[in-house]
Design a protein around this ligand. Structure first.
Ligand SMILES: Nc1ncnc2c1ncn2[C@@H]1O[C@H](COP(=O)(O)OP(=O)(O)OP(=O)(O)O)[C@@H](O)[C@H]1O
Length: 242
């Protein structure tokens, strides 16, 4: 080995041969059927594919919300697939931020309080104010969810997800409940978070137009990744149309 050989860091996620079979009574659904995937530190990935093709199942497994049936998931070189529920809970708490289609904010708490709930239990949080500023909501911090638009509520949910400084931000249809103009503002918030915090970001979407904002796009079909494309120069969300 050469003395100056670079020691490359492991990818954030290395997934190989991943399967997930759901059994309900006699019915078996093969949601993932041999997925291989690497996600590198700091990248933004978009996951596309028809309904039922396995996108959410994969996100839930790499986010530690579910166990695979077989195969391997490594987070920064450490195997997750055999982890106990307790280990997965601390993995999620320390490393993963989630954003879902519905915001799930606590209605009786302000935007700032919704985010501060998380910063109080996180190991290395940013302040709730900094997290809200990162998504452009510094002037809305003391509003309650009912006083905020859908897009603003989703940005609070993003601030809540990133306030613990996660290495990974997993977003399942974050613009699914929003009109396109509001969706673009939410994507701008995600792109800014990705650029400024370096959190590896994966976004599931049904809007193929969104693919252009990603560094890489993975297209799912029947529980597998059917294709992967790379964008040398991802575009700004404001230039996307859907
Ligand atoms: N808890 C579950 N129990 C049984 N089957 C499930 C469960 N969760 C998902 N499935 C099935 O697994 C398959 C993959 O579902 P998944 O939600 O991962 O797809 P998806 O690509 O995210 O779809 P969508 O775009 O509609 O959200 C589907 O056939 C679905 O019905």
């Amino acid at each position: 080995m050469k003395a100056d050989a670079a020691i490359s860091a492991p990818p954030i996620f290395e997934v190989s041969g991943l399967t997930k079979v759901y059994r309900t009574g006699d019915v078996e659904v093969r949601a993932l059927n041999g997925v291989d995937l690497r996600l590198e530190a700091g990248e933004m990935a978009v996951l596309l594919g028809p309904s039922g093709s396995g996108k959410s199942t994969l996100l839930n497994i790499i986010g530690g919300l579910d166990h695979p049936t077989s195969g391997s998931v490594k987070f920064k070189g450490k195997e997750l697939s055999g982890a106990s529920d307790r280990e997965l809970t601390s993995y999620r708490r320390d490393h993963v931020g989630f954003v879902f289609q519905f915001y799930n904010l606590i209605p009786s708490l302000t935007a700032w309080e919704n985010v501060a709930l998380i910063t109080e239990v996180a190991r290395h949080p940013m302040s709730a104010s900094d997290a809200l500023a990162l998504v452009g909501l510094e002037s809305r911090m003391h509003h309650f969810p009912a006083q905020l638009s859908g897009g603003e509520q989703q940005r609070v949910a993003i601030a809540r997800a990133i306030a613990k400084n996660p290495e990974v931000l997993l977003c399942d249809e974050p613009t699914g409940a929003l009109d396109s103009a509001t969706g673009i503002i939410v994507l701008e918030a995600l792109a800014r978070v990705n650029a400024e915090t370096g959190a590896t970001t994966a976004i599931i979407t049904h809007n193929a137009g969104i693919r252009k904002i990603a560094h890489r796009v993975f297209t799912f079909l029947d529980g597998r990744i059917a294709s992967m494309e790379t964008n040398e120069t991802p575009v700004k969300p404001s230039e996307v149309q859907w």
